[in-house]
Design a protein around this ligand. Structure first.
Ligand SMILES: [Zn+2]
Length: 324
């Protein structure tokens, strides 16, 4: 009997405490639902995951609430896109949260961009012009192959903080990557008709998606990331779109509809409305269904017929400043 008691005591000392209730789970706060979903797959029962954005917001302008600072105050790790994508809310929330475990450079600050090679890294001149992608384009979550790199960064970040669960995180990561790999094979086949399709988006957030599936992102309604269009910019864009026979105008769901519609009508392009992160629509509840939705919606637009004839009566006269 004494041996058994000693054995149990010894086991309790050397085995990591296994989280059993909500109080003992690793508290992870992800900035967007895509990363929350990945963290649930990788952390499994060991983590309790919350997300700040719900999926309908502009990642560059997520409204701050006091409840987010409380969440972060209690968090063990924060999981973010990085590349300054969350510049509008995360630094201020971290300051308010007063939690040294998750400050930038602390172990609990899990930046999912660490394995990403950013596209469109701006020059110093672009930064001076108000570009809100100062570290390069942060919208890599729209490309599932880049998504795999984010998942790996989450597994590595959790392991750095909780090395006692390294084997579990590794096993769960491998299972999730296998799911993503199978989906990627399917997506690459399904998306074959997108090769060579030219698109203009409202914000420069389609570049990783476009490159993955062989599309050509030729311009944006914004002058540059975060800089509202002017009538002159729209006139130049429309002229270039007619000349280059641009097939699609992508309106990300958090941008105003009117101007994207006007540009599509004026140039004969099809309008397609896409979310820029998961969680904002009933059929984009997780990361895989979000990528599914975007491929299916883009394919539907491309396959629903040839480009419409450009409307000669529609030009920038219908232009209104966003929000006006
Ligand atoms: Zn952006």
């Amino acid at each position: 009997m004494r041996c058994i008691v000693l054995f149990l005591l010894f086991s309790a000392l050397i085995l990591p405490a296994s989280p059993t209730g909500a109080e003992t789970k690793i508290k992870a706060v992800a900035t967007i639902p895509d990363l929350a979903d990945m963290t649930r797959h990788i952390g499994g029962d060991l983590v309790e995951v919350t997300n700040i954005a719900t999926g309908v917001e502009d990642i560059h302008a997520v409204p701050m609430k006091p409840s987010f600072a409380i969440l972060l105050n209690r968090a063990d790790v924060v999981i973010l896109m990085g590349l300054e994508a969350e510049h509008a809310f995360l630094p201020a929330l971290l300051e308010a949260a007063r939690n040294p475990k998750i400050l930038r450079d602390a172990a609990g600050y899990i930046d999912c961009s660490v394995y990403i090679t950013p596209l469109e890294v701006p020059t110093r001149i672009d930064r001076a012009l108000g570009d809100i992608h100062p570290m390069g384009n942060p919208h890599y979550n729209l490309d599932p192959v880049e998504g795999k790199k984010a998942a790996r960064a989450i597994a590595d970040g959790l392991t750095r903080n909780y090395p006692e669960y390294a084997a579990t995180f590794k096993k769960n990561l491998e299972a999730y990557l296998a799911q993503l790999d199978a989906a990627i094979v399917r997506w690459e086949q399904e998306a074959a008709p997108l090769r060579g399709v030219k698109l203009v988006s409202y914000h420069p957030d389609m570049i990783y998606f476009a490159e993955r599936f062989g599309m050509d992102a030729v311009g944006t309604i914004e002058i540059r990331a975060g800089v509202d269009p002017t009538p002159g910019h729209i006139a130049d864009l429309e002229e270039r779109m007619r000349k280059e026979k641009v097939d699609l105008v992508v309106r990300e769901l958090h941008y105003p509809a009117g101007l994207a519609e006007t540009v599509a009508q004026a140039t004969g392009a099809k309008l397609v409305e896409l979310p820029a992160m998961s969680g904002g629509l009933p059929d984009t509840k997780d990361y895989i269904s979000f990528i599914d939705h975007n491929i299916r919606t883009t394919l539907n637009a491309v396959q629903s017929g040839a480009r419409a004839a450009a409307d000669p009566n529609s030009d920038q006269s219908g232009y209104q400043r966003p929000g006006s």
